[in-house]
Design a protein around this ligand. Structure first.
Ligand SMILES: Cc1ncc(COP(=O)(O)OP(=O)(O)O)c(N)n1
Ligand code: 3NM
Ligand code: MG
Length: 213
């Protein structure tokens, strides 16, 4: 029988996804407690010191820092968790991640991908992209809120994260669907006032259910 990945709080709250140590530091200082370091397609040697420092910072704030893609570095430096996409599932050593005690989040974009993700018994399932996004070139169409609701109905027993085009204005409608977390990039990193945007998003989504970590 497949062992489940370690649990996260059921509601992960506001979940910024950022690409630098500077962003990690300022968001932790602003009260964010679930976040992701997402650096794309760089050599491990360049990424390793950033991953290492980000993990150390996350621990200082007792935050839930997920490392995107670089699962070996996440294991080596004892991250809270790893986030993987469907293609990553083809190559990552899930057993090694599980044995190391890291949480695992998995991206999904349709029913088939949800089936595949559930079979791995991850810590959370991400559902995207909900709205059009400028941040990443997506091969699929936006799912919209009705599709999100449909997915959530079958995912009551696992933490869920919505991602893709979630702005401050759209966040209340996404959260009203019952999802436990909203992952955002541009709503914070492209905001005219990132601190104000972060506080407003934290007020809407919360920082996560710290008590049941
Ligand atoms: C919370 C969250 N959801 C989805 C993604 C996308 O992950 P992936 O499909 O692996 O694509 P890249 O981010 O690696 O381009 C994510 N990073 N975080
Ligand atoms: C990194 C990523 N993954 C997605 C998915 O659907 O899997 S959407 C996305 C980008 C999200 O950025 P923004 O909040 O700026 O739209
Ligand atoms: Mg990935």
């Amino acid at each position: 029988m497949i062992q489940p990945f370690p649990a996260t709080p059921h509601r992960l709250g506001l979940y910024p996804v950022v690409d630098s140590l500077e962003w990690i530091a300022r968001l932790l200082d602003a009260g964010v407690r679930t976040l992701q370091l997402r650096i794309k397609d760089q050599p491990d040697a360049e990424v390793e010191p950033i991953v290492q420092q980000a993990i150390a910072l996350g621990k200082t704030y007792q935050a839930r820092l997920f490392i995107n893609d670089y699962w070996q570095l996440a294991i080596k430096h004892h991250a809270y968790g790893v986030h993987l996409g469907q293609e990553d599932l083809d190559v990552a050593d899930l057993q090694a991640i599980r044995h190391a005690g890291l949480r695992l989040g998995i991206s999904t974009h349709d029913d088939e991908e949800i089936d595949r993700a559930l079979a791995v018994k991850p810590s959370y399932i991400a559902l995207g992209h909900i709205f059009p996004t400028q941040t990443k070139l997506m091969p699929s169409s936006p799912q919209g809120l009705e599709q999100l609701k449909r997915h959530l109905a079958r995912l009551e027993n696992i933490p869920t994260v919505a991602i893709g085009g979630i702005s401050l204005e759209r966040a209340p409608a996404v959260l009203a669907c019952g999802v436990g977390s909203i992952a955002v990039v541009s709503a914070i990193t492209q905001a005219a006032d990132w601190r104000d945007a972060t506080q407003k998003l934290l007020a809407l989504a919360g920082a996560g259910d710290e008590d049941d970590d």
